[in-house]
Design a protein around this ligand. Structure first.
Ligand code: R5P
Length: 288
């Protein structure tokens, strides 16, 4: 077994390597003057099971391209099996056509990764479960729920209601609530008017006087979760926690998340730590 890391989240890769008691494999990765990428594996991997860790987070196109080049290099070096470990799958929200003449980019990405030569995928908290079926190779879909739940349990919260910030996230929130001692569920009816602009309309369920735990796969601009939290506060929630696997945190996420709406914003390290995106309410848990 050999483990290699792309440049997207070295900290997570190193933690995984430590956990497995092994070193990350040696690899040269550099850019030519024109921005083109060069990758060379620095040891023989002939006949090996190779794991390549690379989330396709920002800059998503560069990180995705780097993964493709790494896979290609491993395939041409006669690896026996190549597993692409993709803690955060970029373009996952482009998982269907919502209007004419659009691309289903999540499927295109799956095609590219498969075509490059991956034999197996390990992905965490995909935005939508059907992305598993975009691949014709085996895909292991793992969840950050155990890590998030363990942390929440340590806080000893009472009178919890788990809240899905939109209708699309109900299955995820329901499964989370079930594992949280069958906590009740509330749903926010969100309507979007434009990309990255969330408009919240209604809460379905009882949140008055309760500790609301909002669960989502990702926080990008934090529009969804902060508009949801505002509404929950208005409806009488006593405390609001945000839990999400992928801390994308595009501007103005940090301003929104640190504006006093949340007791805590609990995320994982699928996307690398960026000190400029730190704020007092942030709790970052490891999924290594
Ligand atoms: C939407 O379906 C996703 O699950 C997230 O709720 C959404 O993409 C988060 O984006 P933002 O933080 O920009 O509202």
């Amino acid at each position: 077994l050999r483990l290699f890391s792309g440049s997207a989240n070295l900290e997570l890769s190193q933690e995984v390597a430590r956990y497995l008691g092994m070193d990350l494999g040696p690899m040269i990765r550099k850019r030519f003057a024109d921005g083109e990428l060069y990758v060379q594996i620095q040891e023989s991997i002939r006949g090996c099971d190779v794991y390549l860790i690379q989330p396709s987070c920002n800059p998503v196109n560069d990180n995705l391209m780097e993964l493709l080049v790494m896979i290609d290099a491993c395939r041409r070096a006669s690896a026996r099996q190549i597993t692409a470990v993709i803690p955060y799958y970029g373009y996952a929200r482009a998982d269907r056509k919502t209007a004419g003449r659009e691309s289903i980019t999540a499927k295109l990405v799956a095609n590219l990764i498969t075509q490059a030569g991956a034999n197996r995928i390990l992905a965490m908290d995909l935005h939508s479960a059907q992305i598993q079926g975009y691949f014709d190779i085996p895909l292991d879909h793992v969840y950050s729920t155990p890590v998030l739940l363990e942390y929440l349990a340590s806080k000893d919260l009472s009178d919890i209601v788990v809240v899905s910030p939109d209708v699309g996230g109900v299955a995820r929130a329901r499964s989370f609530a079930k594992k949280l001692n069958d906590a009740p569920l509330a749903i926010i009816d969100k309507r979007r008017q434009a990309h990255n602009v969330a408009e919240v309309l209604n809460v379905i369920g009882d949140v008055k006087g309760k500790t609301a735990v909002m669960v989502d796969d990702m926080i990008d601009t934090a529009g969804t979760i902060s508009e949801g939290a505002r509404l929950l506060r208005k409806e009488g929630a006593r405390q609001v926690y945000a839990c999400a696997t992928h801390a994308v945190f595009s501007p103005p996420a940090v301003e929104r998340l640190s504006s006093g709406l949340f007791e805590e914003v609990i995320v994982t390290n699928t996307i690398p730590y960026d000190n400029s995106k730190n704020f007092p309410q942030l709790k970052r848990l490891s999924v290594a």
